[in-house]
Design a protein around this ligand. Structure first.
Ligand code: SF4
Length: 350
């Protein structure tokens, strides 16, 4: 099959690449909308059941008080957003939440903490939580900030399955958004996570005032990682009063759909997740995103610190669109609905 902008696709393998140029990615963004949507759907259907949507949930195990200065984030201690901070939850509290998540159908449970980089003793505490979550028969995911190689190994040894660490935005504007770390720090942690044998969850945020070319730069960087992330959360900026990005010009909704479609084309086997910002999206916009290749959402009323559509509204939307929860095998012969976790509202997932 010949697809404009991608060339001839003779099978699923032909679409897996790690050598995208910025110009090639930008050319996909610039396609006429009908062509882009058709191509995204074509590639989506090569790798996924287009009706199946992975359902994700997220628990903040340590909220606020973060020393980083991410311009989008209400959890940064330096911004006055009225956020109620809380210290690290106890293992018992996490078990209670994880048990409830499992009862609601979850097969994966993610824990997010607002740290720049955890101390070894904090990693040890989270490792205990991971072991407890695994003992419940759930997959475990965490997002704790920058990790050393040893810390990634500790989490892997405790049974952690996934680690979320977002690239946030394009490399060339990273310094405009965050001043307390640099892009290479992110890439280094992702390398440690991969080296430890953990699966990666990695995406970014759009609508922070970046250009289309810079959105292309974010997706190009994600697609050219040594391995495509297992899941790619695409967040739309949630503008929180008190953060520097509050008041940023809103992103054209069709541009958001284009971003989803290009992510689908560049990373054909990854789950593309509608993450932060979904509460502000109409159902029609969400439906367009599913058509563009999004196949995961967050489920639950809160994403770390910002709102999310309620469960009943999501269930009703799924019914109207004929969508079904994606089933995953977490043990040989056992199939569950996948209720994951990864990114944050502002996509920390640090
Ligand atoms: S996004 Fe993460 S690292 Fe940045 S300020 Fe928020 S909690 Fe801290």
């Amino acid at each position: 099959m010949w697809v404009r902008g991608l060339g001839t696709l003779s099978g699923s393998e032909s679409a897996i690449r790690h050598d995208w140029t910025r110009a090639q990615v930008r050319a996909l963004f610039d396609l006429p909308f009908p062509d882009l949507m058709f191509q995204a759907q074509t590639v989506h259907r090569m790798h996924f059941d287009p009706r199946a949507v992975q359902i994700s949930t997220l628990l903040s195990i340590k909220t606020g008080g973060c020393p980083e200065d991410c311009a989008y984030c209400p959890q940064a201690a330096r911004y006055n957003t009225g956020l109620k901070a809380h210290k690290l939850l106890s293992v018992a509290e996490v078990i209670e939440k994880a048990t409830a998540a499992k009862a609601a159908g979850a097969s994966r449970f993610c824990m997010g903490a607002a740290w720049r980089s955890p101390k070894d003793r904090e990693v040890a505490q989270v490792a205990e939580m991971v072991e407890a979550v695994k003992a419940l028969g759930l997959e475990a995911c965490a997002t704790l900030g920058m990790l050393s190689g040893e810390q990634a190994q500790t989490l892997k040894s405790a049974g952690l399955d996934y680690y979320n660490h977002n690239l946030d935005t394009a490399p060339e504007i990273y310094g405009d958004i965050i001043h307390t770390r640099d892009y290479q720090d992110r890439l280094d942690t992702l390398g440690h996570v991969r080296d430890a044998g953990l699966k990666t969850c990695c995406g970014g945020i759009v609508g922070m005032g970046e250009s289309r070319g810079q959105r292309a730069g974010l997706l190009q960087t994600l697609a050219n990682l040594p391995e495509h992330p297992g899941s790619v959360p695409i967040n739309r900026l949630v503008q929180v009063e008190g953060t520097p990005l509050h008041g940023t010009a809103l992103l054209d909704p069709f541009e958001f759909v284009r971003t989803i479609a290009v992510a689908r084309l560049l990373m054909p086997r990854s789950v593309v997740r509608l993450s932060a910002g979904r509460a502000e999206m109409s159902e029609e916009l969400q439906a367009l995103c599913f058509l563009a290749g999004a196949n995961s959402i967050f489920y639950g009323e809160k994403l770390l610190t910002t709102g999310n559509p309620d469960v009943e509204a999501d269930q009703a939307l799924f019914q109207r669109l004929g969508l079904v929860p994606m089933a995953v095998e977490i043990e040989p012969g056992t199939v569950h609905a996948d209720v994951t976790d990864d990114a944050s509202p502002s996509a920390c997932a640090a």
